[in-house]
Write a new protein. Structure first.
Length: 291
């Protein structure tokens, strides 16, 4: 007999309950407060629309030095009969090490039997398999101290969307930018623009998270890389992740359809040494009218 979405979601809630008992300390599991209630409402009324996919973050320590590791979990509606989407990361790992770790994790998950809950097994696998990467990093760090200073690169992404309105989407954008130590801005309205700057792997992770699973009409219009022998913080154009709203139009139909003021936005870009981006985003050269 075919397995139903309802049966899969029931199993997902059971697994979340089990994980919360295994990781009871504050901050060990980060789960949106509306995530579980949304699934429960669907289970009470399966004829209604599907709830958002369950998404949460498990944080744990590894090794004698208590290295902080995070496992990001996104569950398709048919999990555990469909593989979960998992991504492990740690600030102590270089990009290549992180890639190797997640490639191994994906291979491990694919080797498990379909229909079995596996998030705790994934945590255990990461704990066991991240240690060799951490040891390799200690050795390479010791060697690097005798060599020349390693250059760092600031990565900056300019992202364009047809519009950005929904409060839950804006919350996701700001939470993700804060978590990944990214500066820049989110311009709410129509069109919407996002800029993030920081380490390349963090910018790419931000891009992966916000556009998944089905944000339509969004594209990365331009990418900048600036190399330095010092701190990338000295290269940032923005001191924080800002909330921009240039509202000039109002009331369209049953909701406010905020069209941003392009002149104000161009002025903002020029203040942050980014006036050239206007033409890249909109295909026209930006001009500020005299007043």
């Amino acid at each position: 007999m075919a397995v139903t979405v309802k049966e899969c979601l029931e199993l997902q809630l059971l697994e979340v309950e089990m994980l919360l008992s295994m990781f009871p300390k504050k901050g060990e599991i980060s789960l949106d407060e509306n995530a579980v209630p949304s699934v429960q409402r669907y289970l009470r009324n399966p004829d209604g629309p599907l709830p958002p996919q369950l998404e949460y973050l498990i944080t744990f320590d590894v090794g004698e030095e208590k290295v902080k590791v995070e496992l990001q979990v996104l569950l398709p509606h048919m999990y555990p009969h469909v593989a979960p989407q998992l991504f492990a990361r740690s600030n102590t790992l270089r990009r290549q090490q992180q890639l190797q770790l997640n490639t191994g994790l994906a291979s491990f998950i694919s080797s498990l039997d379909s229909g079995e809950l596996c998030i705790y097994e994934a945590v255990q696998w990461v704990k066991e398999n991240i240690l060799p990467h951490l040891e390799d990093d200690k050795i390479s760090s010791g060697s690097a101290a005798k060599e020349v200073v390693v250059k760092e690169t600031l990565h900056r992404m300019w992202i364009y969307s047809h519009h950005i309105y929904r409060q839950e989407l804006r919350k996701k954008i700001f939470d993700c930018a804060k978590q990944l130590n990214l500066t820049g801005f989110c311009l709410t309205g129509k069109p919407g623009v996002i800029c993030v700057e920081g380490l390349r792997e963090n910018c790419e992770e931000f891009w992966r998270v916000i556009r998944y699973p089905n944000w339509k009409h969004i594209s990365c219009k331009h990418v900048e890389n600036v190399e330095t022998e010092g701190s990338i913080d000295d290269l940032r154009l923005f001191s924080a992740f800002e909330d921009l709203q240039f509202q000039v139009h109002g009331d369209y139909g049953l909701r406010n359809d905020y069209h941003m003021d392009l002149g104000q936005f161009l002025e903002f870009l020029k203040q942050h040494r980014s006036g050239h981006i206007f033409q890249i985003l909109f295909g026209v050269e930006g001009k500020i009218s005299d007043k």
